[in-house]
Design a binder for this molecule. Sequence first.
Ligand SMILES: C[S@@+](CC[C@H](N)C(=O)[O-])C[C@H]1O[C@@H](n2cnc3c(N)ncnc32)[C@H](O)[C@@H]1O
Length: 634
Amino acid sequence: MSIDKITSDDQLSHSKDVIQENIDQLKKLFPEIVSEGKIDFKTLQQILGEEIEDEEEFYRFTWAGKSQARKEAHKPSTGTLRPCKEESLDWDTTQNLYIEGDNLEVLKLLQKSYSGKIKMIYIDPPYNTGKDFVYKDNYKDNLKNYQEVTGQIDSEGNRLSTNSDSDGRFHSNWLNMMYPRLRLSRNLLKDDGVIFVSIGDDEYDNLKKVMDEIFGEINFISNFIWNCSTGGGIRPKHVNKTHEYLLMYSRDKNSLLQLNAPLSKSATEQYRLSDDFGGLYREKDFVFKNSSTNINQKYFIECPDGELVTPKDGYIYRFIKPTFDEALSENKVVFKKSTNGPLLNNKGEQSGWNIYIKKYLGDGKGSPLSILPKDIVGLYNNGTSLVQNLFDNNRVFENVKSLELIIYLLEMILGEDDVVLDFFSGSSTSAHAVLEFNRRNNKISKFFQVQLPHPTESNTIAYKLGYKNISEIGKERIRRVVEKIKETNPDKSVNMDLGFKVLKLDSSNIKSWDGNPDNLESSLFDSVSNIKSDRSEEDVLYEILLKYGLDLTLPIEERDIQGKKVFNVGMGSLFICLSDDITSKVAEGIGEWKEECDPEVCRVIFKDNGFTDVEKTNSVQILKRFGINEIRSI
Ligand SMILES: C[S@@+](CC[C@H](N)C(=O)[O-])C[C@H]1O[C@@H](n2cnc3c(N)ncnc32)[C@H](O)[C@@H]1O
């Protein structure tokens, strides 16, 4: 009896193959286009008939390198995410993730585990002002490129340079960076999920077009305007820019529910009256100017002294009669004496009354405003000084987004227990916002942060304080926020998830899975062990989770069985033992542990050379006896 080996050809050794999935979808939709397993494009064209655009000139958005960027989004990653317990908080229990790495590779790696699972994505990419660093992907070998960019290995080229506006491909470079990332991020969203992207004037128009293409024009929700500064500073020659944008798209507009956001302070202040039924309220005109002749909203109402009133010409009531009667019975109608109101009595004379309706403050929420309420969301200054205070008055990061701005977005979208992803996380404002949102509202949403360990410049305060890259700043901010919550809210903090798991992007742990073509020669000599010598069992464990598409925050238990380390992932859904000299007694122990957990499905993975042939055969038989049929080796 043998164990199937997971080879480099196996689907499991790659991140999700998006192209294949799309082809499968096409085949399902149009079975007639499949000929000997291949797509017959001509037949597809015939089926689509008039829907095919065959004019030379038609409306489209393109740039230098677009088709390559599209291909890049579909190429699987052969890298992995390596756990880093030392830098994490509450490793065993937390469901928050902090991932260090280039976000393109990371997004590819997350496809299997998190497709359709993320409720909200917020990103704040480089705005391409001509002065900022824009990551240049190297399609041939993006993992090596990543190690060069982050200074992990020597580089000949100067990859940390900024994208200068004198570069002939200035906008194309930025779009080539953004396109595959946005494309992959869409797959991760739930049907009722949304993405917000912060942007400035430089790339607003390109971003809008590229988002329309990727998310669909139909899923555009809003272009929010954030009044982010008060101006000031040196007087510009032309216009003092005091705002920027936030584009919002849904994955599927039909699935997106009613949006609610906190009312601005100036709006809340209007609710000054109060009653025992609904609390704070304001009085709103029940009769308003409208030239409609709709008789449903013009009827007689009896006032407290018996006078019958109806709207003058050019005015109507807010509600039809049944709705008014209901409001009246609920004590929501207010009659006030007035000598010049918009009502006439039944003799056609000026009435002595006006009518108002009570509008309750309720939960203090209303529809979000596309010009974000200034008194709630704050300015850049608020974000920057908040972080400065957290870091003992040291300005370790510039242009931090305002915490309240991100909380306003979270208020619109989050339910009880959702995941918020930010893959340009900088100083971790969105992680801070999720923690603060949970604290205020007693919710349990989670954050996933992705940030390039981009080296800090040696002349910066951050560098001098020992933060050698931006991820260090991001992780430290979360630690400091957590400390503060524990200090100021000891009672609440015990029920909050105040930890985060750190994972770092790297090449595969398994030699034959390593996508680096330069390693091909040497890997021929590595048959002794398939796992790279500098990698731990935990490293391999996380790679297997990614490749199997399991949640990286599943509970993982560890037991010693007959002197061998065995991991139990997700209460018995996957057992992994990567030790040498495994005996059938270990298999017996795994079988018994599986019985304890009683999972719906159970899989077991060993190291290929971890057994002798006899022990392998016996182990497989034992596991099958326990009802475990999926047994693989690497
Ligand atoms: C504008 S900042 C985000 C600031 C953040 N919203 C805040 O409030 O602190 C953009 C961040 O994206 C990071 N970044 C740029 N390219 C990246 C890439 N390819 N992968 C991951 N992070 C990247 C940069 O290092 C920078 O920290």
